[in-house]
Design a protein around this ligand. Structure first.
Ligand code: N01
Length: 543
């Protein structure tokens, strides 16, 4: 069982069996499993506490869009029984408290070095070791290096000229001040209307004297239907969570609070389609996208759902001047992350809230006093950038990762990420990615996908260690086939039709490649199991 080294005993230790980068949900569970194997591990974390996404994203209204009873670890009955969620969708402070509760229960912090950012990881082929370096001057070696760096952790502020001269305060939702921000009486500008903007705008509007929202793309958003959880559903969940989790692993999205309807839209009458959409819209959450079997693949089926969504959205917008700006019309529903909101569209009925269509009139620059779009200056006391992340590859590429023969990961990935199963990349032995590009990750309940990867990686490390096998590395041909397979699956869906962060389209110059695996958690899990059972087919094992 877990190695019981104390923090001080490890403080000077420079050699570990494994290094883990990041102490969010993925890094925390990875550490727990490594300890369970009797291995020494050091986790490096940039923040001063555990939490990852939920440590950094403290903006007003930050809340998970997967239901709390499903968005929790499912590996320990004791842990789940010791925690009680309060709302259908947990807010950021509650999720962060939960992560700290888990860190306490498992005594994780003694192997985590906080306020330390990993800057480089270099593989020494002769020694079969990774050397990991940090911004605090650490230099440690490890046989295994696990990147638990998160998919949405590299916050991005667009390069608007003049930002350096802005005289007000500005913030990014993904790097929010821990003390919070009081917008009372302030004129606020919010740039961006993805999930973060849509969640924060109603709450910022409650405080601001005036709010101007700068929107480039109108998004599909539906009422989350958040509510306090009833005692009975909490108690029932405690009894069934582990079974529910086993079931979730077999589903496309790692979620069981709704089922996908497999019937194609064309095989349903208009009334049946309407009933299905209506039921799911009012259920709240992602159930809506499961209304027909081909909703994410057939333009005609998707149009039916998109028309329904626009009609529902239109019902709550009372200001005719903003209806056309707020209703999405340039992409299929669901191909950008569907947003769940609480009174988002209603916010634009308020007299002190304006929206500026920056697709028609792009933001040109920031002045000392505000934001210029379409030649007009909007004076604001604070700016909130809800402008998203360099998703899936940003955090990995920010580390100087060098594999065999001096190969740099960021150079190898210059035309888009290349992985085998989303878990490893050829040329980088014993380097694992948790929920990396090429795996279901961001299209699924992240905790289910994290556990799926951590379990697979732990099992793999256990077998390598037991079999005295020095290394595991993706084979280039297996990787090529996997990348092709991921692309083929994505091209059979409507996903590539939007300028989304899934495609890298939000970052100027980033290659347009659909990064996640669209085949679903269940199918993907079967592949992982087959590969492991076939002595890690597609990987080279080095002795
Ligand atoms: O980021 P986003 P996010 N000028 O990239 C706009 C997860 N998440 O932080 O769409 C003007 O979605 C950009 O416009 P466009 C979730 O997976 C989950 O909101 O690129 N505008 C867009 O409107 C989510 O999908 C939760 O045209 C610019 C916005 O900024 C992911 O994180 C909560 C611009 C960015 O939206 C990311 O969400 C929050 C520019 N130069 C986040 N650049 C929940 O669990 C960008 N934009 C609920």
């Amino acid at each position: 069982m877990a190695r019981e080294a104390s923090a001080s005993a490890q403080a000077d230790m420079k050699e570990f069996d494994a290094v883990v980068v990041g102490a969010g949900f993925a890094g925390m569970y990875m550490l727990h499993r490594l300890r369970g194997l009797g291995l020494t591990a050091r986790v490096f974390e940039a923040g001063d506490g555990v939490g990852g996404t939920w440590y950094w994203n403290r903006y007003p209204g930050a809340r998970c869009d997967v239901e709390s009873l499903e968005y929790q670890y499912g590996f320990s009955d004791e842990i789940q029984r010791g925690w009680t969620w309060t709302e259908r969708y947990a807010a950021q402070p509650e999720i962060l408290r939960y992560q700290n509760y888990v860190a306490d229960r498992l005594d994780l912090r003694r192997d985590i070095q906080f306020e330390t950012r990993v800057t480089a990881a270099t593989y020494d082929e002769r020694a079969g070791l990774w050397t990991v370096e940090t911004d605090r001057g650490d230099r440690v070696t490890a046989r295994f290096c696990v990147m638990a760096t998160g998919c949405l952790s590299a916050a991005r502020v667009p390069d608007f000229p003049g930002l350096g001269d802005y005289e007000g305060e500005w913030y990014h939702t993904g790097d929010w001040p821990h003390a919070g921000v009081d917008f009372t009486g302030k004129r606020v500008g919010v740039v961006g209307t993805g999930s973060s903007g849509i969640q924060s705008i109603p709450l910022i509007a409650e405080q601001a004297s005036h709010l101007t929202v700068f929107q480039r793309t109108a998004n599909f958003t539906l009422p989350a239907g958040n509510r306090p959880l009833a005692r009975e559903e909490i108690e029932k969940s405690k009894e069934t969570l582990l079974d529910d989790r086993a079931h979730a692993r077999t589903t496309p999205g790692g979620i069981i609070c709704f089922e996908y309807n497999e019937t194609l839209a064309a095989d349903m009458t208009p009334e049946e389609r309407y009933r299905e959409l209506d039921k799911r819209w009012h259920q709240g959450g992602f159930a809506f996208l499961g209304a027909f079997g081909d909703l994410m693949a057939s333009p005609e089926a998707n149009d039916v759902a998109a028309d329904y969504a626009r009609a529902e959205m239109r019902k709550v917008i009372r200001n005719p001047a903003v209806v056309d700006i707020l209703l999405p019309d340039d992409h299929p529903v669901g191909v950008k992350r569907l947003c769940l909101d609480t009174h988002y569209l209603e916010t634009f009925n308020e007299p002190h809230v304006d929206i500026v269509d920056v697709r028609a009139a792009p933001i040109e620059r920031i002045t000392p006093k505000g934001i210029v779009s379409g030649g007009k200056e909007y004076e604001v006391d604070c700016i909130v950038f809800a402008t998203g992340f360099d998703a899936m590859t940003g955090a990995l590429n920010s580390i100087d990762i060098t594999g065999r023969n001096g190969t740099k990961l960021r150079e190898k990935w210059a035309a888009g990420p290349r992985t085998y199963l989303g878990l490893g990349s050829a040329g980088f032995p014993n380097l694992f990615f948790i929920t990396g590009p090429g795996s279901p990750s961001v299209l699924s309940n992240m905790i289910v996908s994290i556990e799926q990867h951590v379990d697979w990686i732990s099992d793999c490390i256990r077998k390598l260690t037991a079999g005295n096998i020095r290394s595991i590395e993706a084979r280039p041909d297996a990787e090529d086939q996997w990348v092709e397979h991921v692309n083929e699956l994505a091209s059979a869906t409507l996903y590539p039709q939007a300028n989304s962060w899934y495609m890298g389209a939000n970052i100027p110059g980033k290659p347009r490649v659909f990064m996640p695996y669209t085949g679903g958690v269940g199918v993907y899990g079967e592949k992982l199991a087959e590969v492991a059972a076939a002595d890690y087919e597609g990987f080279t094992l080095g002795s």
